[in-house]
Design a protein around this ligand. Structure first.
Ligand code: NAD
Length: 509
């Protein structure tokens, strides 16, 4: 049937953001333009800095130190020194300090949200949600810290007794992206500290200020000097990354970011055989079966899953597959919702969607849209830049009649583009969903209990959402399979990434 929606109407309710004021923090001392080493805020030895810009306006927020190899090595030395006493603290003492850091985050939640919106661009409501999500990792791992039990193993050798204990792996190098300036970093620091490790975290060059504020809050919470170190870099990112991944004092690397950079860092880390975990790119399928109980709920789930943070989360729906009998109805309702988005400056009232992070991100969305149009996809909403709003705005875009030969089917767009595919059978859609090198998240809507088990088990991903488009939770294990990496964050499993298992055999009994 011919779709009822006319081709490319453009009624998005934009909110102007020109001439906005500089955001104000309740506590101005939380906007910090230095890195954090050995409990102090410091500059690079070279005094070099890089500028950080608000992605909505392009205006400069402030600068941060451009760390190099030597600066990073100083941070590693501080973390190694601090490890000596931190690893010996009673788990309960570490738990208490993590809980205090959580309390500091709660007290300063409004300012953390302001920093997130300012440097990342996401709307303030989303930033508040992230501030809470980020703090939850401290709460969760303050509880896990005190419950790291070992084992007593029945030995197969007469007279032997075997005990298994867990110990901290050592100094950890953490590297995180800009899309969740607070949560990506707390999701790594909290389990590391809980396990008894100390850390050197490289914050994202695009969004370093949230991490700096978290460092200040760690100080206020009483986390001892050197336990948490935050290094900053933009131009020298590769040099800092190489230092972290090759220095023998670092025993563990945890990275969140793109698969390509993950592969590079894995090669670098191989030289000293570090323990590693990788949270890499996704290409999430979002499947709507015609037996879903509530089409409106499926539309709402798909909207939240696709357009949260303007499509810049690794678990965002990248390929939305809708069964043919409900395809047109779904497309119509979905496009209608997107037309009602308010795109603009994240601090303005009613704004639902902000900019993307930089012009490279826009370039990728544009390339996917152009390629889809060339191959027969129809743009129903959006499909263009919004330069009047600011330098990095792209209209939330909906394309129908997307097919598997299009670029968007293979590559993660990581931007505000919803690609709507049509499918006929369960077998076909599961094959399509799995036909990708990556496997982070997958979603589907159905009310058939047999299908729910069948499809959930068949999807080649680390996380499945059934009848929901939102799956992130500190209590739930987060991570992927295939080229989305390995290792799990959050949940009771998250702390294992920062622990080693040691067996102690006592003989002659
Ligand atoms: P990216 O890989 O370019 O950058 C991620 C981080 O790595 C940044 O802090 C960056 O400064 C740093 N980095 C880049 N090159 C480096 C190097 N040579 N050495 C050390 N550090 C280096 O990724 P991006 O484009 O900024 O972020 C988007 C990607 O991240 C997407 O592919 C997305 O799926 C992925 N991601 C994954 C998760 C997850 O949990 N699986 C979460 C968020 C984002």
């Amino acid at each position: 049937p011919t779709p009822k929606i006319p081709f490319r109407p453009f009624p998005l309710k934009f909110v102007a953001n020109m001439g906005h004021n500089v955001p104000k923090l309740n506590d101005q001392s939380l906007l910090i333009s230095q890195a954090f080493v050995n409990g102090e805020f410091v500059d690079a030895a070279s005094s070099e800095t890089f500028e950080v810009h608000d992605p909505s306006s392009g205006k400069k927020i402030s600068t941060c130190p451009e760390f190099n190899k030597q600066d990073t090595e100083n941070a590693i030395a501080a973390a190694e020194e601090a490890l000596k006493s931190w690893r010996k603290k009673l788990p309960r003492e570490r738990a208490t300090l993590l809980r205090k850091w959580y309390d500091e985050m709660q007290k300063n939640a409004a300012d953390i949200a302001t920093l997130i919106t300012w440097e990342n661009g996401k709307p303030l409501t989303d930033a508040k949600g992230e501030a809470q999500y980020a703090a939850n990792f401290f709460l969760w791992f303050s509880e896990e810290a005190a419950h790291q039990h070992g084992d007593v193993v029945p030995s197969s050798v007469p007279g032997n007794r075997v005990h298994v204990i867990k110990q901290p792996v050592g100094v950890c190098g953490l590297i995180t992206p800009w899309n969740f300036p607070a949560a990506m970093i707390t999701r790594k620091i909290a389990p590391a500290l809980a396990a008894g490790c100390t850390v050197v975290a490289k914050s994202p060059g695009e969004t370093p200020f949230t991490a700096n504020a978290l460092a200040e809050l760690s100080r206020r919470a009483g986390i001892p000097k050197g336990v948490v170190n935050i290094v900053t870099a933009m131009k020298n990112t590769a040099e800092v990354g190489e230092t972290l991944t090759t220095d023998p004092r670092i025993k563990k690397i945890s990275f969140t970011g793109s698969t390509n950079v993950g592969k590079l860092l894995m090669k670098q880390a191989a030289g000293t055989m570090k323990k590693v975990s990788w949270e890499l790119g996704g290409n999430a399928p979002f499947i709507v079966f015609d037996d879903c109980a509530d089409l409106d709920a499926a539309v709402a789930g798909a909207i939240a899953c696709k357009f949260r943070s303007s499509g810049q989360t690794c678990v965002c729906a990248n390929r939305i597959y809708v069964q043919e009998s409900i395809y047109d109805k779904f497309v119509e309702k979905f496009a209608e919702k997107v037309k009602n988005f308010k795109v603009g400056y994240g601090f303005d009232d009613g704004v639902t969607h902000g900019p993307v992070i930089h012009d490279r991100a826009i370039g990728k969305v544009e390339a996917h849209v152009k390629d889809a149009e060339k191959k027969g996809g129809k743009v129903l909403v959006g499909g263009q830049k919004l330069p009047d709003l600011g330098p990095n705005f792209y209209a939330p875009t909906v394309i129908r009649d997307v097919t598997k030969d299009m670029q968007v089917a293979r590559d993660e767009t990581f931007g505000p583009l919803a690609a709507l595919f049509k499918f006929k059978t369960e077998k076909e859609v599961v094959e399509l969903a799995n036909n990708t090198e990556v496997g982070l998240a997958g979603y589907f809507y159905s009310s058939n209990v047999n299908r729910i088990y069948r499809v959930a088990e068949a999807l080649e991903v680390g996380m499945v959402g059934v009848n929901t488009g939102l799956i992130s939770d500190a209590a739930s294990p987060f991570g992927g399979v295939k080229e989305s990496g390995f290792g799990r964050e959050g949940s009771k499993y998250g702390i294992d990434e920062y622990s080693i298992i040691k067996s102690i055999t006592i003989g002659g009994i």
